[in-house]
Design a protein around this ligand. Sequence first.
Ligand SMILES: Nc1ncnc2c1ncn2[C@@H]1O[C@H](COP(=O)(O)OP(=O)(O)OP(=O)(O)O)[C@@H](O)[C@H]1O
Ligand SMILES: [Mg+2]
Length: 423
Amino acid sequence: MLPVEVGVKPLPIGAISGAEHPLLTPSVLYVDEGRLYFGPTAFEHARRGVEDARDPLLSFKTVLGARNLEEALQSKMRPSVDPTGTFRHRDALALYLAYLDQLIREAIDLAPNIPAGAMYARRRYTSPVWRPGSGVERVFEDIFNESAAISQKLGTLLLGPNGISIAQCRDALDKAAAQPGDGMLETGVFEPHAAAACALAFSNEPTNFVMVFDMGAGTTDIAAFEFDDRMEPPTLSEIKDARQCSALAGDEIDRILIDLLLRKSGMRKGEDEEIRAARMARLVGRELKRDLLRDGKCQLRTGWRTISVRASDMMEDERFRAYLGALAGTIAKSLQAIVPRAEARGEQVIDVVLAGGGAHLSFIPALVQRAAASLNTNVRLRIGQLSPLNPLYQGIDTSLAGVFPQIAMSVGGALVEMMPARA
Ligand SMILES: Nc1ncnc2c1ncn2[C@@H]1O[C@H](COP(=O)(O)OP(=O)(O)OP(=O)(O)O)[C@@H](O)[C@H]1O
Ligand SMILES: [Mg+2]
């Protein structure tokens, strides 16, 4: 019942983990010489491990988004991630959640504006796929409960700079499976639903049709909702046909950029130097992309060599052009499911809410317009970032501007029952 800006507060878990931003922490795991590392520490080790043909586990999304979730969770991690063959994806997730639980505890403890009772609040997770009644909720509840037991057993060891021995992890996993704790899990929330709820909560000019465009690292997810305040309470129902999930997201831009860099380097594909440069580039791909967007150019240093790419090289790159074309096509498909319904209700405007890290990419609004142009409609698209920098939203702490498109899903996930979804 509190106003959103009072009742919902982000936890500074990034400050605790030592990440770049106090409110974001990278979901990274790294196995190295018999020890497991989490978060920014894992990243550090991965960077040092470039010579050893080793990779960090960078995204759980591909696992969580799998068609057969059970099977994906039961499968072992790739040998380049876990050469010891100890961990299944499910184990990695349980351990990572235990680490996250420790970050949350420290954050609640240290943040001056969070009441200590927040420790006992029930928890929600957002999910990119939502299959109510599929038994997925039960699977996640079990994992959360096991992670609670692991967190209790390993405690602040999980946050230490020295990682945890694999034997200790294995032992904690086995004991947690035999005797799980209470993960305090309340529910999962469909991610775009959370983003739409967040947009509606802060918007000072809400529209009845909202399209959420969430570009993350691994996937770009599009979903649309119809807000109906003719009902009591008002409902937010999904326009299911508008749902799109595409791998054309941030990581794919990184891959295109890295590919372009390596081609420009003149190194022969598959030769040792090229393989090492590629592994190096993958670890700094995000920074390269950020530099390219901010400065119009980026550079990769590998040993004695420096390879540069300019924004204009990228814009002329065939693979990048194909990427933009395909993404515009995906957006158009989603709009085809929304626009006629908006027209039928006599609506003039559809809100296009840009969320996720990709919301920072300056070419997205034009891409959405390009997709809309193929539809030939009079309905106007109001395209904007879900951020306090956007005058459409009020009451969001302006210091959150840089990360709000990314934390919007958590904020909205905490709010979502304010807008009950209609089946
Ligand atoms: N300022 C920025 N400019 C450009 N890209 C950015 C910026 N900030 C973050 N990104 C990109 O956004 C992506 C991460 O976004 P986000 O945090 O929403 O992903 P995620 O939710 O972890 O991924 P997914 O939704 O696929 O699971 C990365 O590709 C990152 O490079
Ligand atoms: Mg995301």
